[in-house]
Design a protein around this ligand. Structure first.
Ligand SMILES: [Zn+2]
Length: 412
């Protein structure tokens, strides 16, 4: 027996006025999602706990069976790992955004107009040549997707206890990184981050790529904002816990990083971009191919979350309908007598607020031995009436692994 876990990022939502007070899931045409609900067992799931808005990293860790609040050690290191940046124990990694700031350092656009990869990569190459005038640390800077990048600090006296330089809100001023405890390590790390931010800003302001962007009427990427300093989490791998071979098909570095941190193989799929234009069919094919050599494959789709953050309800509906095409591919190409399919979201992202919210998400599992319930449609409200009732994110993996015969008895 094998299993595929499909995670649609931020797919769950709240009722939307524009859709006649339906959620995007309720509104979308989704025969395959409904088929999975109808032939399976459904429920709702609190990724972390009721009312707690999770990050994609903590939620994915929880959906892989880990007690996220206990083991989470920051997003930056996971993002670095997922971006194929070599990260060592002790390294401090920060998540960065290319952003647009005004002359007095107020943030005008936290994503520099969702800068294209070709521009952000060239800028990152240039920044990686900046000289850091200290012997206390070395740094690596790498762009990942669009405005996203990773900064890794390597040295023997560093700490992840530093605050963000990213104010997180448009209109606010760029902040200084501050030590979050009294240790000399945190103080030194904050100083290094601030020095680098200053040098990066100088380099970017006069960069030809930005001069060209201004000419083309695009916001210049003249600042790097940092947040989420972290180190690698100290966890046992899925192989160690369940004795399974596990792989993931994902485009976003963060999810790839989470998967790699728990010992999963991250499969690179050409055409998988993490955007609305991602090659859905290529991801579906890669997943069913990975299933040949793995017991468990996680397929992650990002587009649903991107549309929600941008408040684009119709695009979210479209992304859900494209996800449905992946599922119809699975229904046609995977032997469902020996494979379980589970579909969920890592969190609710409200198209109205543009934020991750603490509402539960739908979950449906279909496969040979599930106790089928009477739910016929896959959405937030319908699944709430299903046989799984309300579970926690970290309950899902034991449920799936039990179906696969990979759990051991508790007691005699
Ligand atoms: Zn997410």
């Amino acid at each position: 027996m094998k299993a595929v876990l499909i995670i649609a990022d931020g797919m769950a939502d709240r009722p939307v006025k524009e859709l006649g007070w339906k959620t995007p899931l309720e509104f979308a045409r989704k025969p395959s999602l409904n088929h999975i609900a109808e032939t399976g067992i459904c429920g709702i799931l609190d990724p972390i706990a009721p009312g707690i808005p999770p990050g994609s990293d903590t939620a994915t860790l929880a959906l892989l069976g880990y007690d996220a609040p206990k083991i989470y050690s920051g997003r930056g290191a996971l993002e670095a790992l997922g971006s194929n940046v070599k990260i060592l124990p002790g390294d401090v990694a920060l998540r960065c955004n290319f952003a647009t700031v005004s002359q007095n350092q107020a943030v005008l656009d936290r994503r520099a107009g969702r800068i294209e990869n070709k521009d952000s990569q060239k800028l990152a190459e240039s920044l990686s040549k900046v000289k850091l005038k200290t012997s206390d640390a070395r740094f690596l800077f790498k762009s990942t997707i669009q405005h996203r990048a990773v900064l890794v600090l390597r040295g023997s006296r560093l700490s992840a206890k530093v605050s963000d330089s990213d104010p997180g809100i448009t209109g606010e001023k760029v902040m200084e990184a501050k030590p979050l405890d009294g240790s000399p390590e945190a103080k030194l790390t904050a100083k290094i981050v601030n020095t680098l931010m200053h040098e990066f800003h100088k380099n970017l302001t006069s960069h030809t790529i930005n001069e060209e962007r201004i000419k083309r009427g695009l916001p210049p990427a003249n600042m790097v904002l940092c947040r989420g300093a972290g180190t690698l989490p100290n966890v046992k791998s899925l192989v160690h816990i369940y004795g399974i071979k596990a792989a993931c098909v994902a485009a976003t570095p963060l999810v790839k990083g989470v998967c790699k941190a728990v010992g999963m193989k991250a499969i690179n799929v050409p055409g998988a971009t993490g955007t609305l234009q991602t090659d859905y069919l290529a991801k579906a094919r890669a997943t069913s191919q990975a299933l040949r050599s793995s017991n468990f494959v996680l397929l992650h789709v990002k587009a649903t979350d991107v549309a929600s953050h941008d408040g684009k309800v119709r695009q979210k509906v479209e992304a859900i309908e494209k996800l449905d095409d992946i599922l119809s591919y699975f229904i046609d190409h995977i032997d469902l007598n020996s494979v379980y399919l589970a579909v969920t979201a890592d969190h609710t992202t409200s198209s109205a607020t543009g934020n991750h919210e603490g509402d539960p998400v739908p979950i449906a599992i279909t496969g040979p031995q599930v106790r089928r319930d009477s739910v016929k449609e896959y959405d937030e409200r319908s699944c709430a009436g299903g046989g799984l009732h309300r579970i926690r994110g970290m309950d899902l993996m034991p449920i799936l692994m039990n179906l696969l015969g990979k759990t051991s008895k508790f007691g005699a």
